[in-house]
Design a binder for this molecule. Structure first.
Ligand code: TYD
Length: 141
């Protein structure tokens, strides 16, 4: 089945804002308030060895918000035509990734935590893990 024809320009960085106090900050993410999908699943990547890459796949239906909860990393987005690299390094900013976009996460700082909020439960059949298959499905007639 053809992949959603979303582009990298449909992916955006949102500012979730923060409640600041001299004793520290709080950032809140709440369904239908500052995130455009209902959160079904949360996972986080941590203990990522230096130089390692993650991702390397696209999703058919899944919407995600990717947050550098600690440290920093880059996200490379690719819609089969355009590429965009986003540097995440503040816990109050999140990258919204729509379905049909190939993504790679790279250049993790030491101790980085990548928090991912997802619109669906885990389902391996929602993944496309082979780049050539991604290109074929993206441009299918
Ligand atoms: P994957 O999504 O490929 O990780 P990343 O995009 O960070 O490189 O998932 C890696 C493995 O973890 C894969 O074998 C499936 C498993 N996994 C789950 O079981 N449930 C989940 O919610 C996620 C995100 C991954």
């Amino acid at each position: 089945m053809k992949l959603k024809n979303n582009t990298v320009f449909d992916c955006s960085v949102i500012d979730m804002s923060k409640v600041h106090s001299i004793s520290g900050n709080i950032t809140v993410i709440e369904n239908k308030k500052n995130i455009p999908f209902d959160i079904k699943r949360i996972y986080y990547l941590y203990d990522i060895p230096g130089g390692e890459k993650r991702g390397g796949h696209a999703h058919k239906e899944l919407h995600q918000l990717i947050v550098a909860a600690s440290g920093s990393f880059k996200v490379m987005l690719d819609d089969g035509t355009n590429k965009k690299i986003i540097h995440l390094n503040r816990p109050n900013y999140g990258l919204l990734v729509v379905p049909g976009i190939w993504r790679e996460l790279l250049e993790f700082s030491s101790g980085a935590i990548c928090l991912v909020l997802a619109s669906l439960n885990y389902n391996e059949s929602d993944y496309i893990r082979i780049y050539d298959e991604f290109k074929l499905k993206k441009f299918e007639k």
